[in-house]
Design a protein around this ligand. Structure first.
Ligand SMILES: NC(=O)c1ccc[n+]([C@@H]2O[C@H](COP(=O)([O-])OP(=O)(O)OC[C@H]3O[C@@H](n4cnc5c(N)ncnc54)[C@H](OP(=O)(O)O)[C@@H]3O)[C@@H](O)[C@H]2O)c1
Length: 281
């Protein structure tokens, strides 16, 4: 990584630590002029994605459930980058068509287009056998993890399509690719999210302006991981910033030397072995 990029990220040491190993050194203004909406932006992978994209010049729409968490990320971005985010407090469990339409209209009026949409927000729900899985929890997990993602893709389609290149990233899970006992609605919802990702990718491939991906981050040091594995030592896990080179590359497949590394739209990417799935143009 160039010295200038090290200095550029000096206010974000967790990211700078990983950036020293990046194979794709991004220009400091790689995402300048882009507007990207991140769901679940108040915590974990969502907060890291929002801060990382802002460090590279993107204007971030921070969507999440807990206002004070969004405000903390907003304050960090405002203090440490040249960009000014927008906060959208929103409980995705209650997202309806009218609210999503209002969001789409506001983005259209303010920015004209949306250049990226990252679906991180997710509900884990209880772990237990299907035989005992509560139906109300099934519905809450499905609404948050799948129906809300569909509704955002659906209502934001026109603003995404107005971008020259819009990256839509669905954050999935290992249990969304191979089913595992006791993961209930969470696993089923991630399988559905993978399906949504592939259908959306297929529908938008010919026009070529919207690129759609699913990403499995694998075990990562966040609150959700702690909820799923309370006895695990979190220090054995990578932090969210470990995955940010990939999340950057999916929004901006060009490094500072002008080399392009584009993933095929619709691709299922696994953070732990993404180097092996790259297609260098
Ligand atoms: N960490 C891992 O090991 C791991 C592994 C595989 C996949 N993933 C996936 O990675 C993504 C990010 O999770 P994370 O690990 O970063 O967990 P996290 O730190 O717990 O973040 C989850 C985020 O989702 C938000 N959220 C939950 N329900 C919501 C709702 N109804 N409306 C709006 N926002 C809501 C949370 O908001 P609040 O903060 O307000 O609760 C939080 O910001 C998820 O899609 C998860 O399935 C994580």
């Amino acid at each position: 990584m160039s010295q200038s990029l090290v200095e550029h990220l000096s206010h974000y040491p967790e990211l700078a630590d990983h950036a020293t190993q990046w194979r794709h050194p991004f220009a400091p203004d790689a995402l300048a002029g882009k507007t990207i909406l991140v769901t679940g932006a108040g915590d974990g992978l969502g907060a890291a994605t929002a801060k990382t994209y802002a460090c590279f010049g993107a204007t971030i729409i921070l969507l999440g459930r807990t206002r004070n968490k969004l405000e903390a990320v907003n304050d960090w971005i405002t203090a440490h980058t040249q960009t000014q985010p927008v906060i959208v407090p929103c409980d995705l469990e209650k997202l309806d068509v009218a609210t999503a339409d209002n969001l789409a209209n506001s983005i259209e009026e303010t920015f004209g287009a949306l250049d990226g949409l990252v679906h991180h927000a997710s509900r884990l729900g209880p772990k237990g056998p299907i035989a005992h899985y509560p139906f109300d929890e099934w519905q809450r997990v499905m609404q948050t993890n799948v129906s809300a993602a569909f509704l955002l893709n659906h209502t934001l389609f026109d603003v995404l399509d107005a971008s020259q290149r819009a990256g839509v990233i669905h954050t999935s899970s290992s249990v969304g690719r191979v089913g595992r006992a006791y993961w209930g609605a969470y696993a089923a919802s991630k399988f559905a999210l993978e399906g949504l990702s592939q259908v959306f990718a297929d529908e938008t491939e010919v026009a070529g302006r919207i690129k759609v991906f699913s990403v499995n981050p694998g075990g990562t040091r966040t609150a959700m991981r702690k909820e799923a594995y309370p006895l695990e030592d979190p220090t054995t896990l990578p932090n969210p910033e470990a995955h940010m080179e990939l999340y950057l590359l999916l929004q901006h497949p060009i490094d500072q030397d002008g080399a392009a590394t584009e993933f095929a739209t619709g691709q299922q990417v696994d953070c732990r072995d993404w180097a092996g799935t790259l297609r260098t143009l």
